[in-house]
Design a protein around this ligand. Structure first.
Ligand SMILES: Nc1nc2c(ncn2[C@@H]2O[C@H](COP(=O)(O)OP(=O)(O)O)[C@@H](O)[C@H]2O)c(=O)[nH]1
Ligand SMILES: [Mg+2]
Length: 283
């Protein structure tokens, strides 16, 4: 079963004067926990996506994740807090033994491939099938990573990978997002799309549908391959976020971070950024 708790309603937070039991007044507010499994071949960008979303950093060295890592981040959405628990699987041969840790109880699975290596999209079939054997309910999102590298390919190659990934997303009934943790582009939006899909929220995130754009397709959004987006200005990797015309839209309110690992992996710092500012996640 997906790990979900309900967002407290105003009636749940009534105090004893308004008729609710006294215990309810002192109980901490319930906070939905959304477990997200990161799946996909080694080196496609899973750890980079997690680090960029959780810590706002990017490391361009090639580190091989060992075992399974998880990190948590609490964000504020429309006045309520939700916690993402993100599980990042290593790319070692024995990955199948790690799948249960990442997949069991996941509410969402991000199926990642490298937009500059079409063979990693083919492999998504296997990842999807193996994950489904373990979890029939998790909401899938197909994520093409390293969008900055894809823009360096000839337009016809770009068109091909866009069509193939769109076809695959439709086949598994999944939203499709192209992102680049390096810049960053669409990193926050990946997690907004999870919330939109899980909670059926009325989205305030515009869909991006044209060739040359970092695709953002959900809720049956269709590709528009007849028009090509203007070539973007140079996409410069940034180690700590920053403004870029294609960069993530703002609106994420980090409340707290926690990381851990099983069986080794990147060192995970324990860190707190203080309470949520109450800003909306913007979905
Ligand atoms: N150009 C570019 N490189 C990236 C991007 N995301 C990750 N990388 C690089 O790709 C390599 C593999 O990334 P990593 O997150 O470790 O992949 P994982 O094995 O799937 O966890 C690293 O050298 C990253 O720096 C991106 O958006 N653009
Ligand atoms: Mg990794």
């Amino acid at each position: 079963m997906p790990a979900q708790r309900t967002v407290p309603t105003s009636s749940q937070s009534r105090n004893s004067e308004s008729g609710a039991p006294a215990a309810a007044a002192s109980a901490p507010p319930l906070r939905p926990l959304i477990k997200v499994a990161l799946l996909g071949d080694s080196q496609v960008g899973k750890t980079s996506l997690m680090n960029r979303f959780i810590e706002g950093t990017f490391d361009d060295t090639e580190l091989q994740t060992q075992g399974v890592n998880f990190m948590e981040k609490t964000v504020s959405i429309r006045g309520h807090e939700v916690t993402f628990s993100i599980w990042d699987i290593g790319g070692h041969k024995d990955f199948e033994s790690m799948l249960p840790l990442a997949c069991n109880d996941a509410a969402a699975m991000l199926l990642l491939f490298d937009l500059s290596k079409p063979e990693t999209l083919d492999r998504i079939r296997v990842w999807h099938q193996k994950a489904r054997e373990r979890n029939k309910f998790a909401t899938p999102v197909l994520v093409g990573c390293k969008f900055d590298l894809m823009l360096e390919a000839p337009l016809e190659e770009q068109r091909h990978i866009v069509q193939m990934s769109h076809q695959f997303a439709k086949a598994i009934n999944a939203p499709l997002v192209f992102c680049a943790p390096s810049v960053p582009i669409n990193v926050t939006n990946v997690f907004k799309v999870i919330l939109i899909s899980l909670f059926g929220l009325e989205p305030a995130v515009p869909q991006l549908t044209r060739l040359g754009e970092p695709l953002l397709l959900y809720a049956g959004g269709e590709l528009d391959l007849d028009s090509v987006a203007e070539p973007p200005p140079p996409l410069l990797p940034r180690s700590n976020g920053g403004a870029s015309p294609l960069a993530d839209v703002a609106g994420m309110a980090p409340a707290s971070l926690r990381s851990n690992s099983f069986g080794g992996g990147h060192a995970g710092a324990e860190k707190t950024w203080g309470a949520s500012s109450g800003a909306s996640l913007g979905v």
